[in-house]
Design a protein around this ligand. Structure first.
Ligand code: HEM
Length: 456
């Protein structure tokens, strides 16, 4: 297995890869970023230096170097370009804030995302999945991306605001998604933030959507504050959170709003993708789907609960493998604050350091036959051999996903609840391919046919 070899010699600059023609790299990136990054890494090595406009980008593709960036050297970085831009929408929520503000909020919110705390949301997750599937008919066509987005959105709404703001939170979700859609389309544009400021229809829609979402959430916060109610949802949790290790204070309403929008967006889009890709893979591997269904059915007839999780190890293996092949967050980027040494390489201040789950989680050095879907890789005895950052769907270090336990629980319970009763085919003549925006979505949806499982 390849390891990092430190020659002990002084660090050297990483040579710049020159494009074959002007604009080559931008073109490749816009056309197919997944293929572009994979080729750069496989052809040029673990640290690749390219330029796009004034931006110096370093693609880092060795797990040990990724650990250095995300964990070992994390103080030397701030968030990368996409998240700098996401501030337009998400303000100073956990995903986009920096420094002391981020630290304070993370300290206040983190305890509520421990495994035992998120278990209280298990029943909502199962109920939402069961309710949605009750509308399905044997043999009917469905777009699984649409279905899983609706499930994840509803789970995000109900866990944030409680069940009784149903239609309102669905509206927030829809507006947020439309707004985020515009935002994602501008993502790879070199002047995307300027585009959003031009008086053109798509930019106008972006701001209208953003303001509508903010106004609605502001109102929900004001109502909850006025009622003085403490409910078992994330909104109440954010309103009562105190910085007990710091000044003891809470959050302002604007701060709560930014966190609410962040949870809404970070929480549902990624999970919806993880679920969708799992069904796409299961449709192509019916023997795996059958085994997963048998495991889920062994839990008895009643609805699944948080207590069932330890008895669903195969479902967890399936989800792990699905997020290996189709990581919902397929890159994590950081901006270097000062010059630094990475292995034997010198990286200058202000460089954009990009790590890609897509590239590393399909690297044959860590994953034999990397493109093959094989949940068996996740048998515990096989996992011990791999470097930690050969798999990092939730990132790492101080900015690691705060919702990781929530996401595992949601993913496993929704998959198992659905698998008990249904299985799926990808419709003949269609192939579901990934579309890499900020998250990894299926391009044009995931058209499938649902089939009711027989009781045998
Ligand atoms: C399969 C589902 C999910 C995946 C793959 C995922 C992935 C990630 C990744 C890679 C990051 C780190 C980004 C970076 O370092 O730049 C992140 C951060 C974050 N995620 Fe998730 N996430 C998922 C689900 C969730 C859920 C369910 C929630 C909330 C309930 C959530 C909330 C957040 C927040 C607030 C952050 C920012 C944390 C910080 O910077 O302190 N995520 N997520």
């Amino acid at each position: 297995m390849a390891t990092l070899h430190d020659s002990g010699s002084a660090a050297t600059p990483v040579p710049l890869i020159r494009p074959k023609y002007p604009g080559e790299l931008v073109l490749r990136l816009v056309r197919n970023p997944l293929e572009h990054f994979t080729r750069l890494a496989r052809e040029h090595g673990d640290v690749v230096h390219v330029r796009m406009g004034r931006e110096h980008i370093y693609l880092v593709s060795h797990p040990d170097l990724v650990r250095e960036v995300l964990v070992g050297n994390q103080r030397n970085f701030k968030k990368g370009r996409a998240l700098e831009r996401a501030r337009l929408l998400l303000g100073d929520g956990l995903l986009t804030s920096e420094g002391e503000h981020h630290l304070r909020h993370r300290r206040m919110i983190q305890p509520e995302f421990h495994r035992q705390h998120v278990a209280q949301y298990a029943d909502t997750m199962v109920e939402v999945a069961a309710r949605r599937t009750a509308t399905w008919r044997d043999g009917a066509p469905v777009d699984m991306h649409k279905e899983m987005s609706a499930v994840a959105l509803s789970i995000a709404s109900q866990t944030l605001f409680g069940a009784d703001v149903g239609h309102e939170s669905e509206e927030i979700g829809a507006a947020l998604e439309a707004t985020f859609g515009t935002f994602m389309r501008t993502f790879y544009m070199p002047f995307g933030d300027l585009v959003l400021r031009l008086p053109i229809p798509s930019s106008r829609r972006f701001w209208q959507g953003a303001h509508r979402v903010q106004d609605t959430v502001n109102r929900l916060i004001a109502e909850r504050r006025a009622s003085g109610e403490d409910r078992p949802d994330l909104l109440s949790l954010l309103l009562r959170a105190r910085d007990v290790e710091g000044d003891g204070g809470g959050m302002t309403d604007d701060e709560v709003r930014d966190e609410v929008l962040t949870f809404f967006l970070a929480g549902h889009e990624t999970t919806a993708n993880a679920l969708t890709w799992s069904w796409v893979l299961l449709a192509a591997h019916p023997e795996v789907a059958d085994r997963m269904a048998a495991e889920a059915r062994a839990g008895g007839d009643g609805p699944l609960t948080a207590e069932h999780l330890p008895r669903l190890p195969y479902t967890r293996m399936v989800l792990s493998e699905s997020m290996r092949l189709y990581p919902p967050a397929w890159t994590v980027a950081r901006r270097a604050l000062g010059d630094f040494t990475l292995g034997t390489h010198r990286i200058p201040a202000n460089a954009l350091v990009v790590t890609s789950q897509w590239v590393i989680q399909r690297d044959p050095r860590w994953w034999p036959d990397p493109d093959r879907f094989d949940p068996e890789r996740w048998r515990p005895e096989l996992a011990v051999d791999r470097p930690k950052f050969a798999y990092f769907p939730f990132g790492g270090g101080a900015r690691m996903c705060i919702g990781e336990h929530f996401a595992w629980m949601e993913g496993i319970l929704v998959l198992a609840t659905i698998a008990r009763q249904w299985h799926f085919d990808v419709r003949p003549g269609t192939t579901v391919t990934p579309h890499a925006t900020i998250t990894l979505r299926p391009r044009g949806g995931a058209p499938m046919t649902v089939h009711r499982r027989t009781n045998t």
